[in-house]
Design a protein around this ligand. Structure first.
Ligand code: NI
Length: 165
């Protein structure tokens, strides 16, 4: 396994729409392992393929590892199938936009379906911080970053803050 370089905004690779994974090959297994290692090294709680320069529809997440509740997930071809009408605002950081966090409003609960590394199909509902995390990571697979959720004034102010570091 290796720690991969993280692609930083405004690298155009972060705007790519990723392509579904057709088959779980050894290359995909290696990518997933490297992504987990890269996420832990960063250190972060979630990392999507475009952040390491890949265009496969994969993200990795371990929402609770910093609190000693490690539960690593490799989500291949993830899709949201139920989103609550209730919305909540969370403070979101991103490993590709270091040093800056954004207040993002999203559905409070979501149900996600995905394929695991073993080829199994999973369905799970998420709420709280983890719900925001899965939506943030799926956004990356569609070329969307936190800045894209903000109104233009807020977006420009935060981009200025990012560049001023
Ligand atoms: Ni991110």
């Amino acid at each position: 396994m290796s720690v991969l370089p993280i692609v930083l905004w405004p690298d155009p690779r972060l705007t790519d729409t990723c392509v579904p994974v057709e088959e779980i090959t050894p290359e995909i297994e290696t990518l997933a392992a490297d992504m987990l290692e890269t996420m832990y090294a960063a250190p972060g709680r979630g990392l999507a393929a475009p952040q390491v320069g890949s265009t496969h529809r994969i993200f990795v997440m371990d929402a609770g590892w910093k609190e000693g509740k490690s539960d690593p997930l490799v989500c291949i071809n993830p899709m949201l199938q139920e989103l609550s009408e209730e919305r909540v605002t969370n403070t979101e950081g991103c490993l590709s936009i270091p040093g800056v966090s954004a207040e993002i409003s999203r559905p409070a609960q979501v149900q996600m379906v995905w394929t695991g590394l073993n080829g199994g199909r999973y369905v799970q509902s998420f709420d709280g911080f983890v719900a925001a995390c899965v939506q943030h990571e799926i956004d990356h697979l569609d070329g969307i970053v936190t800045f894209d959720h903000l109104l233009s004034d807020e977006r420009e102010a935060l981009i200025a803050e990012y560049h001023a570091q």
